[in-house]
Design a binder for this molecule. Structure first.
Ligand SMILES: Cc1cc2nc3c(=O)[nH]c(=O)nc-3n(C[C@H](O)[C@H](O)[C@H](O)COP(=O)(O)O)c2cc1C
Length: 321
C-alpha cells in the first residue's frame, strides 16, 4: 500500500488535521501582489493548486509587516486591507476546488527585504527605486557592497513578534487551518539563528541559546494565539563552515516541539552567497530524516524530489540503526 497516498495526521491543540495524502505544496512567492494585497493572479494560482489533489496547500511567504516583504510585489497580511484581499481571493479560490486544507507561511524578510523581483535581478532596492531601509539582528549586510540593515532594538523585535501574532489571528479568522513560520532561507528568524548574520552581544546573540531565543519567542507567542496546526520552516544548514548546521537544527526542533510546534519543514541555505550547497536528487532529505528521528515530529522534506517512487521512499520510516 502506498504511504504517499495514505492519510497523515498533523496534531494541534484544537485536535489536529488529517491530510488525505502526504503531498504538500511548498510555499512559492508569486511577486504578484499590489501593495501586499492578493490579486487575480493569486486566484488563478491558488485555484489551480487547490485542484491538484495535494493533501495540503501552502500559501507563499506572506509578510507580517510591509517592511518584511522580500520585494514590493510580495504578499502581505498586516492590516484590514491586506486581510480583506487575501480572505476574499482565498474564499473564491476555495469555492472552485475540492476541500483542501490551507497552510499560510508567515514571514519577515529581515536584511533580505527591499529587493527587486528575481526577473529584475533580485538586488537590494534603494528608496529611490521603491525600496526601504532593511533591518536584521545585526548591522551586517549580506553582501559587502550592500547598505547594512539596521540592528533591531528590543522594542522593534517586540513589534515584529506582535505582528506575527496579529497575522496569525487574521489567518485564523479567514479559516486557514495551518500556519508555517518562515525561519529559513536567510530571512529574519533564520538570521537570528545563524552566527553568519547574528553578531549581537545582548541576550539574542552569541551562544546557541541566545540565537534561538527570538524565533522561539515568536513561536510561543503565535502558539498562544492560534490553536490550529503550527509549524516552522527551517534551513537545516547554512552550508558554510562555522554557520548554522544540522546539530543545532536538531536541538532547535526539540525546543520548538516543547514550545508547541506541530511540524518542521526542512529546507536549507539562503543566509549567505558563500554557501557551498551539495546539490543533487533529494539533497535535503537526509536533514529532514535526521530531524524527524531526533525530534519525533512530523517533518516535511523538500528539494529536487521529482519522482513518485522517490517520494514514496521518503515517506517510509527509517530503519533502526
Ligand atoms: C518561484 C519560487 C518561489 C518560492 N517561494 C518560497 C516562499 O515563499 N517561501 C519559502 O519558504 N520557499 C520558497 N521557495 C522555495 C520552495 O518552497 C522549495 O523549497 C524549493 O523550490 C525547492 O524545492 P524544489 O527542488 O522541488 O523546487 C520558492 C521557490 C520557487 C521556485
Amino acid at each position: 500500500m502506498s504511504l504517499l497516498f495514505s492519510p497523515l495526521h498533523l496534531p494541534s491543540p484544537r485536535g489536529g488535521l488529517t491530510l488525505a495524502n502526504r503531498i504538500v505544496v511548498a510555499p512559492m512567492c508569486q511577486y504578484a501582489a499590489q501593495d501586499g494585497a492578493a490579486t487575480d493572479w493569486h486566484l488563478m494560482h491558488w485555484g489551480n493548486l487547490l485542484n491538484s489533489g495535494a493533501g495540503l496547500f501552502t500559501i507563499e511567504a506572506t509578510a507580517v509587516l510591509p517592511e518584511g516583504r522580500i520585494t514590493p510585489a510580495c504578499l502581505g497580511l498586516w492590516d484590514e486591507r491586506t486581510e480583506a484581499a487575501l480572505a476574499d481571493t482565498l474564499q473564491r479560490a476555495r469555492r472552485l476546488a475540492p476541500p483542501t486544507p490551507i497552510c499560510i507561511q508567515l514571514a519577515h524578510a529581515g536584511r533580505k527585504a527591499s529587493s527587486a523581483t528575481p526577473w529584475q535581478g533580485g538586488q537590494l532596492l534603494s528608496p529611490a527605486q521603491g525600496g526601504w531601509q532593511t533591518a536584521g539582528p545585526s548591522a551586517l549586510p549580506q553582501l559587502p557592497s550592500e547598505p547594512p540593515p539596521t540592528e533591531l532594538s528590543l522594542e522593534a523585535m517586540a513589534d515584529i513578534r506582535y505582528a506575527f501574532v496579529a497575522a496569525a489571528r487574521r489567518s485564523a479568522a479567514m479559516g486557514i487551518e495551518a500556519i508555517e513560520l518562515h525561519a529559513a532561507h536567510g530571512y529574519l528568524l533564520h538570521e537570528f539563528m545563524s552566527p553568519i548574520a547574528n553578531q549581537r552581544t545582548d541576550a539574542y546573540g552569541g551562544c546557541f541559546e541566545n540565537r534561538i531565543r527570538f524565533p522561539l519567542e515568536v513561536l510561543t507567542a503565535v502558539r498562544q494565539a492560534f490553536d490550529g496546526v503550527l509549524g516552522v520552516r527551517i534551513s537545516a544548514s547554512d552550508w558554510i563552515e562555522g554557520g548554522w548546521d544540522l546539530t543545532q537544527s536538531s536541538e532547535l526542533a526539540q525546543r520548538l516541539k516543547a514550545a508547541g510546534c506541530d511540524f518542521i519543514h526542512v529546507s536549507s541555505g539562503g543566509v549567505s552567497p558563500q554557501q557551498k550547497i551539495a546539490l543533487g536528487a533529494g539533497y535535503q532529505v537526509p536533514f529532514a530524516r535526521a530531524i524527524r528521528q531526533s525530534s519525533g515530529m512530523v517533518t516535511t522534506a523538500v528539494g529536487l524530489i521529482t519522482e513518485a517512487a522517490q517520494a514514496e521512499a521518503i515517506c517510509k520510516p527509517a530503519m533502526p540503526t
